[in-house]
Design a protein around this ligand. Structure first.
Ligand code: NAP
Ligand code: GLV
Length: 327
């Protein structure tokens, strides 16, 4: 009898994705809404061929050292900074992620956050709900104009480019800084490449879309925030640790910048007593960039397809560290 691969799935995911896994593998799910207990994961990793992970799981070298037969880690996210890819590669373990299927939903959210922070939408709504709307006041809840403003994109990849496309509809001028220049996108989107200091000095809105890597950790710290305009708005839907959060709190308190719209944080979940949440000009969301029903389902299905592909000897659709076998 052929034994089926064994898989551990670290959270409840949509049924459509479980069906894909079930056709080829035996699987077990961490059947709770909270992240998998690290001690449980450390036991499970010893006995499985595949893991389906979320960005809340720390897949470290120490954890990987316990694996005996693991062949694939299929992450249900495009970002994979929670996984030690180098350690996985050394052990011959394939890592996969879910690029592309979440691009447009995440760009929608980044733009929603930009509009909300610029025009103080949550603050105004809170005021109405709390019975503080007593009259129309000439300068109450006045914010920054989005139309005609300069948008600076850091990391012109899939999501960055999708945000730039949305900006065109608002008549914004787009400048960008990225690891490499994108001449095709410059021509298609009419955006202009600048270095990071120039972007920070010229942009009315700065939106971060690069991955978290050793190079981008605290890419935006005190010197960078001090370069921004006092009327500027910082949007971060990438990863919290790209911004030095303590410096951001000072920047907002002392008026180096005007507002921030955040979906991601150093420590997630963000504690309710975090200093950022005491600042009136912060719009804070709980890491919901890709959270549409369709997109989260597509992410789970793509993660399942990646997992099954590796376990059935195929090239996965979206690998992070795949090398084709020698002919
Ligand atoms: P992507 O297509 O790989 O785009 C990332 C871009 O960042 C690339 O253009 C890359 O340049 C650039 N980059 C890399 N290192 C850089 C550096 N040191 N300095 C400047 N630019 C750099 O990725 P994506 O699909 O757009 O996703 C981007 C990130 O968004 C993910 O890594 C994830 O952390 C985050 N995300 C968050 C949510 C959420 O729910 N909030 C949802 C989805 C994604 P090259 O083109 O030269 O490689
Ligand atoms: C979400 O943050 C992702 O990286 O997909």
């Amino acid at each position: 009898m052929v034994t089926r691969p064994r898989v551990y799935i670290t959270r409840r995911i949509p049924q459509e994705a479980l069906h894909i896994v079930a056709r080829h593998c035996d699987f077990e799910v961490w059947d709770r809404d909270e992240p998998v207990d690290p001690a449980v994961l450390a036991e499970k990793i010893r006995e499985v061929d595949g893991l389906l992970t979320l960005l809340t799981d720390a897949v470290t070298e120490d954890l990987l050292a316990r694996a005996r037969r693991l062949r694939v880690i299929a992450q249900m996210a495009v970002g994979y900074d929670n996984i030690d890819v180098e350690a996985a590669t050394r052990r011959g373990i394939v890592v996969t992620n879910t690029p592309g299927v979440l691009t447009e939903s995440t760009a929608d959210l980044a733009f929603a956050l930009l509009l909300a922070a610029a025009r103080q939408l949550p603050q105004a709504e809170r005021s109405l709900r709390e019975g503080r709307w007593t009259t129309w006041r000439p300068m109450e809840f006045t914010g920054q104009d989005v139309h005609g403003a300069v948008l600076g994109i850091i990391g012109l990849g899939r999501i960055g480019a999708a945000v730039a496309r949305r900006a065109a509809g608002f008549g914004m001028q787009v400048i960008y800084y990225s690891r490499s220049r994108k001449l095709d996108l410059e021509a298609a989107l009419g955006c202009r490449y600048v270095d990071l200091p120039t972007l920070l000095g010229e942009a009315d809105f700065v939106s971060i879309h690069c991955p978290l890597t050793p190079e981008t950790h605290h890419l935006i710290g005190e010197p960078e925030l001090r370069r921004m305009k006092p009327t500027a708005v910082l949007i971060n839907t990438a990863r919290g640790a790209i911004v030095d959060e303590a410096a951001l709190v000072r920047a907002l308190r002392e008026g180096w910048i005007w507002a921030a719209g955040l979906d991601v944080y150093h420590r997630e979940p963000l504690p309710a007593d975090h200093p950022l949440l005491g600042l009136e000009r912060v719009v804070a969301l709980p890491h919901i960039g890709s959270a549409s029903i369709r997109t989260r389902t597509r992410m789970a299905c793509l993660a399942a397809e990646n997992l099954v592909a590796v376990l059935t000897g195929q090239r996965p659709p979206t690998p992070v560290n795949w090398t084709d076998p020698a002919p």
